[in-house]
Ligand binder design. Sequence first.
Ligand code: GLU
Length: 445
Amino acid sequence: MTTTRFAPSPTGRLHVGNIRTALHNWMLAQIAGGEFILRIDDTDAARSKEEYVDAIRADLAWLGIEAAREERQSTRLDLYQSAFDTLREAGRIYPAYETQQELELKRKVLLGRGLPPIYDRGALEMSDEERAAKEAEGIQPHWRFKLDHAEQIAWTDGVRGPAKFDPALLSDPVIRRANGSWLYMLPSTVDDIDMGVTQVLRGEDHVSNTAVQIQMFTALGATPPEFAHEALLVGTEGKLSKRLGSLGCDSFRERGIEPEAIIALLARLGTSLPVEPIADRAALLESFDLSTFGRAPAKFDDADLDRVNTAIVHAMEYDAVKPRLPDGMDEAGWHAVRPNIAAIPEVGEWWRLVTGPIDNLEFTDEDRAFLGQAAGALSAAFASGDAPWAALTSALKEATGRKGKALFLPLRQALTGMNHGPDMGELLPLIGEEVARRRLDRVAG
Ligand code: GLU
């Protein structure tokens, strides 16, 4: 069975990049009939916050990205300890005593010589006495995973194709801090094994982590899952990080972006498939395929999101939007207003043209006389059937010889207080005869 996971650290709100990773993992599980797990990576007690855990859940629920179950790393510390013990016994974990400053200095020296800043394994050279001396000074060790330099690392990446790493060119990663708390690397591997994760899809900033973790899987006697790393998202002006705050669900929701628009865009952004306003998830799932993912950074553009959103809103049926419409707005109202909006919150602006109050515009004497004639022709137009606007305008055209803009614009202005807006044929029956007469009488000469 396919099992995927989305593993956010609850140290902030989800942004469009995280949402994309969550979505793709959910999709991978859906197309395989498998399971998608939400794993909260909250081993960093100082930075993890419960409010972010709640927000992550709420955002995923709003997006309709449903997890089969939720796991939390903070409740699984015993498992990490036991993996730690196993690896330590096998000689794959060792204590190290360098301070941040010492490590920084080592890095600088190497970089200064034009060498890659790889950890020199100085801690492995220490004798028992030297270690004892450090601890006598009150210095607790942090812990590193010892990469096996004899074991070349290779995998077939679901997006990037064949990937290779020489472990000698990587630093042995620190996996545990001196205070006993865990860094990301080992708990994630332990969980992927324990939860039976079969596919790990994440951003390409994790590629070198994958190289290290592949050795951890093997060292723990497990077969590594399949890995895929997607190219990162960039904004129209480069890195997204500057405006991440504005790229979360709260701000999308405030702007009236539909979850389905986010899903439609993110499902295909960076793939060779066209971004289309597809609100039907089954259709998106059908075409979802890692082999369509490109290696170039995918460009996230708010204008694309707005475009997809508008098209999705224009295709939305009344029943789907009903609870979000102004009181009293019926299906005909929705159909009249729908083509004029880019997002649902704009509905109210247009619905006001029906319910009033509307703006008072200025008219010439000539137009006022014409509008008086229109008021007189109203009852016949409404009595003629269910197309009062067509009846009204053709009667007035015949009676006055007006046509085009001279015929239509003063009527629209008097009836709605605006120069443009929804189709008058749909609007006039909603305004109704009585209100229409009042609006015409008010401005008529
Ligand atoms: N908590 C890690 C992160 O947010 C998870 C990475 C992973 O998918 O393994 O980067």
